[in-house]
Design a protein around this ligand. Structure first.
Ligand code: GDP
Ligand code: MG
Length: 162
C-alpha cells in the first residue's frame, strides 16, 4: 500500500473509531486481502496543510494467531512502506497478550510507531497510560477516539512527520 498512516491493533481497541475520527465523512476505499477475514479500509485525510492516506488494517493483526506466509509478507510490506504506524491499544483494559504480540511485530519499525492509548475518556483514566510504556514505544498518545480527546495532539505530532 503506498502510504502513509497505518492503523494497527487487536480487535475492539477502537481502530475504526479513530479512523473515522481522522478521515471524517470522506469516502473510503476497501481492499480485500486473500487469507484475511476483514478488509483494509483506506481513505484520504488532511490536517492543517497536509493531505495523507489513512488505512484501517481491520482484522490483519488479530494477535496471537499464526499468519500464513503470504499474509505475513503483505503485512511486513505495509509496515515497511508506511510513514507512520498508529498502534492502538485499549487504555481501559491494560496490556494484553495480543498487544504484546503486535508490539513484537512492530518493534523493527518502532521509530515510526505512535502508541495510541485509546478510551482515555476522562482525566481519571490518565493514570492508566503509564503502564503502556512497557510495550517499548517512545511516542505515546492518550486519546479518546469516541469523544475526540487528544486527537488534535496526535495529528499535530503526525503532521510533523509527513
Ligand atoms: P476496532 O475493532 O479496533 O476497529 O474497534 P472499534 O472502533 O470498532 O471500537 C470497539 C468498541 O470500542 C466500540 O464499542 C466503540 O464504541 C468503543 N470505543 C472506541 N473508541 C472509544 C473511546 O475512546 N472510548 C470508549 N469508552 N469506547 C471506545
Ligand atoms: Mg474495526
Amino acid at each position: 500500500m503506498k502510504n502513509q498512516v497505518l492503523i494497527v491493533g487487536r480487535p475492539n481497541v477502537g481502530k475504526s473509531t479513530l479512523f473515522n475520527r481522522i478521515v471524517g465523512r470522506r469516502k473510503s476505499i476497501v481492499h480485500g486481502i486473500p487469507g484475511v477475514t476483514r478488509d483494509i479500509i483506506e481513505s484520504e485525510a488532511s490536517w492543517k496543510d497536509k493531505k495523507f492516506m489513512v488505512a484501517d488494517t481491520g482484522g490483519i493483526f488479530e494477535g496471537g494467531e499464526e499468519m500464513s506466509e503470504k499474509v505475513e509478507k503483505q503485512v511486513k510490506k505495509a509496515l515497511s512502506e508506511a510513514q507512520v504506524i498508529l498502534f492502538v491499544v485499549d487504555g481501559r483494559e491494560g496490556i494484553t497478550a495480543g498487544d504484546e504480540y503486535i508490539a513484537r511485530m512492530l518493534y523493527p519499525y518502532r521509530e515510526k510507531v505512535f502508541l495510541v492509548v485509546n478510551k482515555i475518556d476522562s482525566e481519571k483514566l490518565q493514570k492508566n497510560v503509564y503502564d503502556f510504556y512497557a510495550l517499548g514505544f517512545e511516542k505515546v498518545f492518550p486519546v479518546s477516539a469516541q469523544h475526540g480527546i487528544g486527537v488534535a495532539e496526535l495529528l499535530d505530532a503526525l503532521h510533523s512527520l509527513l
